[in-house]
Design a protein around this ligand. Structure first.
Ligand code: PLP
Length: 360
């Protein structure tokens, strides 16, 4: 079976073997040594010298941690959204009492740095900017470097959802001066769901010291205190740690530039297929089409549910439909993490077979 949804993604055999290991004491020496191996490797992937904390939760938990650890109720934040995950990040901040000023775009669009500048000029009281690097619902990647530059012109905090990009698409956290960056294990990391990784800059820690939103499980201070001994405050998803230790070795052996190039190559193949069939990407400007997930507009005569079920049942390829209001109108091919050129060729062959059978 080719599992090609944008997460969870397939795991290599080495990872599957590692996660099948017997449990160990999460307060013991072996676990501490493993965490102390994982964190420096993670920092290499984040391209950062900042602290990186590991939380046993999914991506959303990581995003919630970014919000509650840096903000106080009543804080104004600029909530950039180019799709469902951008909306959700803002909703999370609102739930904890932040005043969210939305900067919202149509599906398929990216955020424009000039709009961010204008919004920050008009709202001098904004404390932080929330932004999605790669919007998984629309298969579109924001120009994060340029957005971050604008945010820093105003010396504001930037909180980044990099759940479906980090480790697959270049995201140099220090070079782009990003304060809190969140990713999730089940995306480009080649391991199962269960862990979120979060980097925190000095500015992020300063905000944390003043932040008053309620937090307990996701408290960065507690995470940092325990990390000093290679531990986590609460019982962690030990098996996913086993997997990460192995997956990170595989990733660093391949090398980040090679990983990014592989994702770009595979995504190019997906986009070339879309065009060859006379179909349209959801991304309005192809330069911003994602290298981890390709979202395709379904033509009026296409039955998306039939396409995905035929792919699954006849061709053993699992792709995703559209989310929320995009259901029935969009299909999405996940191509992140453990994927080769050959995998993409197989997926394309399967889609060639299933597409004619999906006519309404
Ligand atoms: N943000 C983005 C960009 C995502 O793609 C996802 C998951 O697909 C999430 C957040 C939420 O992550 P999770 O489902 O792991 O909580």
């Amino acid at each position: 079976m080719q599992l090609r949804i944008p997460g969870p993604t397939p795991c290599p055999d080495e990872v599957l073997k590692a996660i099948g290991r017997q449990m160990i004491n999460h307060r013991g020496k072996e676990f501490g040594e493993m965490t102390n191996r994982i964190i420096p490797k993670l920092k290499q992937c984040f391209q950062t010298k900042n602290d990186v904390v590991i939380l046993s939760t999914s991506g959303t938990g990581g995003l919630e941690s970014a919000v509650v650890n840096t903000l106080s109720p009543g804080d104004k934040v600029l909530g950039i959204s180019i799709g469902i995950f951008g909306d959700r990040f803002g909703e999370c901040a609102k739930t904890y009492g932040a005043e969210v000023i939305p900067l919202k775009y149509e599906w398929g669009q990216t955020a424009k740095p000039d709009d961010v500048r204008k919004a920050l000029k008009e709202n001098p009281g904004v404390k932080a900017v929330l932004v999605t690097h790669n919007e998984t619902s629309t298969g579109t990647t924001n120009p994060l470097k340029e957005i971050a530059k604008v945010v820093k012109e105003f010396d504001k905090l930037i909180l980044v959802d990099a759940v479906s990009s980090l480790s697959s698409i270049d995201l140099p956290v220090d070079a782009w001066d990003l304060d809190v960056v969140v990713t999730g294990s089940q995306k480009g990391w080649m391991v199962p769901p269960g862990l979120a990784f979060v980097s925190i800059s000095e500015r992020g820690w300063k905000a944390h010291a003043e932040a008053k939103m309620p937090r307990f499980y996701f408290d960065f201070s507690r995470a940092k205190k325990f990390a000093a001994d290679g531990q986590t405050p609460w019982t962690p998803t030990v098996s996913v740690f086993f997997g990460m230790d192995v997956a990170l070795d595989m990733m660093l052996k391949e090398g980040l530039p090679n990983i990014f190039a592989r994702h770009a190559r595979v995504a190019d193949k997906a986009r070339a297929w879309v065009k060859s069939k006379g179909l349209q990407l959801l991304s309005v400007d192809e330069r911003f089409a994602s290298n981890t997930v390709t979202a395709v507009k379904a033509p009026d005569d296409m039955d998306v549910a039939k396409f995905t079920s035929t792919l699954r049942d006849e061709y053993k390829v699992v792709i995703a439909g559209g989310q929320g209001g995009m259901k029935g109108k969009v299909f999405r091919i996940g191509h992140l993490g453990f994927i080769t050129d050959k995998d993409m060729d197989e997926i394309i062959a399967a889609m060639n077979g299933a597409l004619p059978k999906a006519k309404k």
